[in-house]
Design a protein around this ligand. Structure first.
Ligand code: WTA
Length: 666
């Protein structure tokens, strides 16, 4: 925040330096980095492109130890239902644990866990191996079978990884729900998937407060018929209500379980997990990933994008396990590669705004993977905060979740990376399972703001919206033009929606990403943002329809339209245009009630930042709300074409409202 004169002066000279650096077009990998990089020869791209299936198969055999090696790479006989390594057999939990223990590295730390209040636990591979076996047996004892769905609603504690791997060990399909989602969202995700068990926690800590998670879960879960068991991890020790015959404590069932649970080799295409994510409609999509292909993608990208040296690196992915980034780059990728990770329970500003940098210094982290929204927050807090810590252990930085603006990229590069660390800006999605467009840090010259080029074996194009013709340069739709091992296999129990969403625009062999992108004259990709009604708030994916349906559930609301508005801090922010029912006047109370409704229905992170009271909403003659016009108006742009509106006067009234709003602020 730079309150003293010295800090202010240094902030402004930093500002000048960053401004000057904006002129630099490309950043070559530093020579010392290149020399030691896992991959430094660009020939890898040609090698992969020459025969992508053979190339992925070779990676799979290089980084995984199959129980039965696959004889076939890709089965593409029924697109878009692709299958990879179909006749291979492998167990994800054994890949992440048993083989490392067998190789004699059981005492290597898998996670340096640090809790909010500074508590520490070093969890080794042998520890995880022991706990996962016990919990896997406990799940079996509770009646969980291969193919059953198990919900996981846990904070950032080591038990979350144990629970995921215990499911994988016995072939149960985990369905993790991010801890920031409300209990109501959890219920919905358990219902959609017919979950048989749910693993949750007594309470979750956030910035010194403890939320009574089990109690909240109880209020919702009674109506989920499929749910037979709730397992409760005692993380905070708060008192919790337990229902006889349904609820059990994690520590008790583990203690009672057999310590040995041999890992059963699974078919490569056996489902590993479902992860619900937001799409264009209010109903979340259950992205389904399977075992062999997903693990291949996770291990390969983790090893080569982050240039991982498992013996010496300390890797920190600062995402939450509840999102795909946590699945692939906190759990499966790092553990498959035998890496040592940092797992941080808390927020970036508790107990103080330097806690991330304290963590880097404390564990001598060498690789940091974070979201642009976090970086922008740190910029706001001031460069003097990280300057108080020793960040010299860092050698590589990563970015994920949303486009990173060049200024934030340069700040990250200079202030955190000390100008010596390559930055990998990684583009991918829940659906892709792993990183798809990214620099390779020992090969690719980076340009701030561009995710650069597709990972070897991946074929991406920017195409024109109408014909789907690839564009050598300029803006269009981003497409993935070839199957890859870690791609989603379907939407759980919704095959038709799977085809409709991703494979209907230009045929069943071309995956429609849902992002707009631009290619420059070097062929670099610049991802612009979503083309559908998905909003990205602080790297958290939300659907406008989901938020709208939460808002209209409020008794005073007649109608609502939600848009993502560009926001300096969070990338996009939720802005809601709300029409109240006759007889209700706008007030602070109604506003608070609407925010509360969204928090209860979805989660606090989805609450609208801005609510605009609208007597009417701009609609086409067929009654469709024109969100494009609302975006224009919210961001103060000149309005696009309004001639298709049923009632063009609506826009004039809204413009007057917005003008009033800014008068109030000044
Ligand atoms: C966006 C997160 C620009 C994009 C891994 C994508 C990005 C959506 C980047 C997926 C990036 C992710 N540059 N945009 N490096 N990474 N996105 O499923 O719009 O939570 O479609 O997966 O985030 O979000 P999801």
């Amino acid at each position: 925040m730079g309150t003293d004169a010295g800090a202010m002066a240094s902030d402004s000279s930093l500002e000048h330096e960053l401004e000057a650096m904006l002129e630099i077009e490309k950043f070559e990998p530093p020579a010392e980095f290149r020399e030691r990089a896992n991959w430094s020869d660009p020939a890898i791209y040609d090698e992969a492109a020459a025969d992508p299936v053979a190339w992925w198969t070779a990676r799979s055999k290089e980084l995984l130890d199959w129980d039965i090696e696959p004889t076939e790479g890709l089965n593409d006989s029924d697109p878009p239902f692709y299958k990879w390594f179909e006749d291979g057999r492998i167990n994800a939990s054994a890949q992440c644990l048993d083989r490392h223990v067998a190789a004699g590295i059981g005492d290597r730390v898998a996670y340096h866990w640090r809790g909010e209040e500074g508590e520490e636990r070093d969890v080794t591979y042998a520890d995880l191996h022991r706990d996962v076996q016990r919990f896997a047996n406990a799940l079996k004892d509770l009646g969980v079978d291969k193919g059953d769905v198990v919900g996981i609603y846990l904070p950032m504690i080591p038990e979350v990884a144990v629970a995921m791997l215990a499911c994988a060990r016995i072939g149960a399909i985990h369905n993790v729900v991010f801890g920031g989602f409300s209990a109501e969202s959890v219920r919905e995700r358990m219902e959609f998937a017919d979950a048989k068990a749910l693993v949750t926690v007594d309470g979750a800590r956030r910035k010194g407060k403890t939320a009574p998670i089990k109690e909240q879960v109880d209020e919702q879960m009674g109506s989920v018929d499929s749910l037979k068991t709730i397992v409760v991890v005692r993380a905070t020790g708060i008192d919790v209500p337990m229902t006889d015959g349904r609820d059990v404590f994690y520590d008790e069932v583990c203690a009672a379980a057999d310590p040995e649970c041999p890992a059963e080799p699974m078919e490569a295409e056996h489902p590993l997990f479902i992860l619900y994510t937001s799409g264009s409609t209010a109903k979340p999509k259950g992205i389904l990933h399977t075992t062999g292909g997903y693990l291949t993608g996770a291990a390969t990208t983790h090893r080569y994008v982050f240039d991982l040296k498992p013996e010496t690196d300390v890797y920190w992915c600062a995402a939450d396990v509840g999102w795909i980034t946590g699945h692939t780059y906190i759990v499966y990728g790092p553990l498959a590669n035998g890496a040592t990770s940092v797992m941080w329970e808390g927020a970036p500003d508790y107990p103080h705004q330097g806690v991330w940098w304290e963590n880097v210094e404390r564990y001598k982290a060498t690789i940091l993977y974070a979201a642009p929204t976090a970086i922008r927050t740190f910029i706001k807090w001031g460069a003097d905060i990280p300057a108080k810590f020793d960040l010299s252990s860092l050698r590589l930085l990563g970015s994920v979740g949303e486009p990173i603006n060049p200024k934030a990229w340069l700040w990250y590069h200079k202030v955190i990376g000390g100008e010596r660390c390559p930055i990998v800006d990684t583009w991918w999605q829940t659906e892709t399972g792993g990183i798809m467009i990214t620099p390779l840090p020992g090969i690719t010259a980076t340009k701030p703001g561009s995710a650069t080029t597709p990972f070897p074996g991946v074929k991406a194009e920017v195409v024109d919206e109408k014909e789907g013709e690839p564009l050598a340069e300029g803006q269009g739709l981003l497409m993935l033009e070839r199957p890859w091992p870690s791609m989603l296999r379907t939407l759980y129990k919704e095959d038709d929606r799977f085809i409709e969403t991703y494979f209907s625009k230009f045929g069943k062999e071309r995956y429609l990403v849902g992002d707009a992108a631009r290619r420059d004259s070097d062929g670099y990709f610049w991802v612009i943002g979503r083309i559908d009604d998905v909003v990205n708030v602080s790297g958290h994916r939300l659907s406008t329809a989901e938020v709208e349906s939460a808002i209209v559930a409020h008794e005073s609301v007649a109608e609502a339209a939600v848009i993502g508005q560009t926001d300096e801090d969070t990338g996009q922010a939720i802005c809601a245009f709300v029409t109240l029912r006759g007889g209700t006047e706008p007030s602070k109370d109604v506003e608070a009630g609407i925010r509360e409704a969204v928090a209860t229905r979805i989660g606090k992170f989805a609450r609208p930042k801005r609510i605009v009271w609208a007597d009417d909403l701009p609609k086409t003659r067929s009654g469709k709300i024109m969100r494009r016009l609302l975006r224009d108006i919210a961001e103060g742009r000149a309005l696009g074409d309004v001639t298709t509106l049923r009632d063009p006067d609506v826009m004039a009234e809204l413009e007057a409202k917005i003008a009033e709003e800014s008068d109030d602020e000044s």
